[in-house]
Design a binder for this molecule. Structure first.
Ligand SMILES: Cc1cc2nc3c(=O)[nH]c(=O)nc-3n(C[C@H](O)[C@H](O)[C@H](O)COP(=O)(O)OP(=O)(O)OC[C@H]3O[C@@H](n4cnc5c(N)ncnc54)[C@H](O)[C@@H]3O)c2cc1C
Length: 592
């Protein structure tokens, strides 16, 4: 496997030249105090070093060794505890955390780049800090001041970790039917009882305490999603002076044996009258989780991108070295027995598909991160509301589209290696196994598509959609004539998406099955159109500079490839959506 090199040049390009983030930060007083260009540059450089040097080398061994369970204790692979300590001591767990409790206070647009680097280095390792940071978002937004002060500083500093306990054996997508119970106690705490499964980082040896955020039902809770509350349940109780107290009965019953991310402990957690504390209001637990979910879902999308990037870096190195056959236009490496496979059109197609997907994904995830920052920090209510709407609309796209393309690009990277891509030694097969989960957890991609189509499009008559479409049209209308080769196909793609959106809105009025029938292909058509907007923005920032630096020439070339070879996928997706729902119900259940 090639050594991982953080794509800092592209990250800087996206942040500074495409989106000019400093301008946004200057408008957000809370950020103006914590962020400046120099700090961001230092963060990117340092994160690039720590992830490449301390974490990436553990990925292969972590996959081979996996996690071990012994009588309730979970041991992570060799090197993980030390690497976690290094990562935590660098302040990386709290990179986006609230400075009032010891976080670094970086905007999401910056922490998103750090997330990409850590997940490219090792997806399994990256999950531990990611879950901790996600738990912190929920605690900081919804918990009492007392809980925040007691838990956040040790979580941001990485001394304690976090976990998210939602799923139960009979309840995954449908959290409204969970059975875990919380009984109120005289001292204001609760006793939480129930079994959760598939809990990432539910138990491990990386930190001295683990803070579980657990969804449970109060005794008088209404049935369904409106009867769920959120509780903070520590592995070790915390004394008034901050020291660790008694072991709480929140135990790991076993860990799962699974396809990939072997170094991430996926735990069955048994809560047996464990002491817990309510976060937010009773029965409003799902709302409290949703605050975290927007961050977490974008983070999972970034995992897809991160794995695709790692696969790409390996594939490029291999394609330059591997000698097979001659170029169709005549030998290129005449001194060698054959040409490097990078001369072949099909290998180039795969590499360019990967490059275009990764760079489009990096721009899109940064764009969504900027909307999250605006929604959180803007002092203007209308600006906040607009950004909130865009976050709601684009989060399911970021989660599902980045991970769908993440799998596609990771598999292309495996294919470039031919048979060697299927063999352990080269690392590509691990990446394929690892990335697959990103389409499944944090809400399957089918559920993301349903969220987009049902709640975020049909649910508001297309209002959020129109905000995004108007922004794209404004860009097209005000762009220089020199950008026409990009803005014209972008304009046609937006027209197509408008038409498709209206088509579904119209059909959904009389048949609710149209929403679920259209949703996955609609989300993908949306994703390709959104990436076309990203690629047009990137082309704008690079055009005219091609002679200055090969980076810009490569950007413009990749933009051309995206518009000519990937954007046309919207046509087949559109045709599939318009096939409607009836075909899906032609067969009786017995006919399958
Ligand atoms: C490695 C791993 C780590 C995980 N980490 C965590 C964690 O840290 N915390 C946690 O709480 N959970 C975690 N999960 C659980 C994960 O989030 C769930 O597996 C996922 O949300 C899907 O739930 P399910 O497995 O019960 O599938 P189901 O809900 O049973 O879904 C099965 C299929 O039916 C489809 N489906 C269900 N309902 C609908 C519908 N209404 N319309 C259309 N299609 C539908 C789904 O898309 C899916 O394809 C993890 C899972 C794994 C495998």
């Amino acid at each position: 496997m090639a050594d991982y090199k953080a794509p800092l040049r592209d990250m800087r390009f996206v942040l500074n030249e495409v989106f000019e983030v400093a301008k946004l930060w200057a408008q957000l007083p809370a950020l103006a105090e914590t962020v400046d260009a120099e700090t961001v540059e230092a963060i990117l450089e340092e994160a690039g070093k720590v992830t490449a040097k301390s974490i990436a080398p553990l990925s292969r061994g972590g996959d081979e060794e996996g996690c071990r369970w012994d009588n309730g204790a979970v041991t992570t692979p060799a090197g993980f505890p030390q690497a976690y300590q290094t990562y935590a001591e660098g302040g990386w767990v709290g990179v986006g955390g609230d400075p009032a409790f010891g976080g670094m206070g970086m905007p999401k647009a910056v922490s998103a780049q750090v997330e990409e680097m850590i997940n490219s280095s090792s997806l399994a390792f990256g999950l531990y800090p990611m879950l901790t940071a996600g738990a912190c978002v929920s605690i900081n937004t919804h918990a009492s001041e007392e809980l925040k002060a007691a838990y956040l500083p040790n979580m941001y500093s990485g001394v304690w970790a976090g976990s998210m306990c939602l799923t139960e054996p009979h309840a995954g997508t449908d959290l409204g039917i969970i059975r875990t119970k919380a009984e109120p106690q005289a001292d204001g705490s609760y006793k939480v009882s129930g079994t959760k499964i598939f809990i990432t980082g539910g138990e491990h040896d990386l930190t001295e305490n683990i803070i579980h955020l657990v969804l449970a039902k109060l005794p008088d809770a209404p049935a369904g999603p409106k009867g769920i509350s959120l509780f903070l349940v520590p592995k070790f109780l915390v004394n008034a002076d901050g020291s660790l107290g008694a072991r709480n009965p929140a135990n790991c019953g076993s860990i799962e044996h699974k396809m990939g991310i072997q170094a991430s402990a996926t735990c069955v957690m048994n809560f047996d009258e464990a002491v817990g504390y309510l976060i937010g209001e009773p029965n409003k637990g799902l709302a409290a989780m949703f605050t975290m979910m927007n961050y977490e879902r974008l983070g999972v999308g970034i995992q897809g991108l991160a794995t695709g990037e790692r696969s790409y870096q390996n594939a490029v190195e291999y394609a330059r070295d591997r000698l097979q056959s001659r170029s169709p236009t005549g030998p290129k490496a005449k001194d060698k027995v054959a040409d490097p496979i990078i001369v072949h059109p099909d290998v180039r197609r795969m590499l360019l598909t990967m490059k275009a997907s990764n760079e489009g994904g990096r721009a899109f995830s940064t764009y969504v991160a900027m909307q999250l920052d605006t929604a959180k920090f803007s002092e203007d209510a209308a600006t906040r509301e607009r950004a909130d709407s865009l976050v709601a609309l684009l989060t399911p796209v970021a989660k599902a589209f980045l991970t769908d393309l993440g799998l596609e690009t990771t598999v292309h990277g495996q294919q470039v290696f031919g048979g060697h891509g299927y063999i352990r030694e080269w690392g590509q097969e691990q990446l394929v196994r690892d990335v697959r989960i990103t389409q499944i957890y944090e809400g399957t991609n089918g559920i993301q598509a349903l969220d987009l189509m049902g709640r975020k499009i049909v649910g508001n008559g297309g209002a959020y959609y129109r905000l995004f479409a108007e922004e794209m049209r404004h860009f097209i209308k005000t762009a220089d004539a020199g950008l026409a080769e990009f803005t014209q196909p972008l304009s046609a793609a937006v027209d197509n998406l408008d038409e498709l959106t209206n088509w579904v809105l119209d059909r959904a009025r009389t048949n609710p099955d149209e929403i679920g029938a259209a949703s996955v292909e609609y989300l993908q058509a949306f994703g390709y159109t959104a990436y076309a907007y990203m690629w047009a923005l990137m082309a704008k920032a690079a055009l005219g500079k091609e002679n200055q630096d090969a980076f810009y020439a490569s950007k413009v070339g990749t933009a051309r490839f995206y518009f000519a070879r990937l954007l046309p996928r919207i046509h087949s997706l559109t045709a599939s959506v318009k096939a409607g729902s009836e075909l899906l119900f032609l067969l009786d259940v017995e006919q399958f």
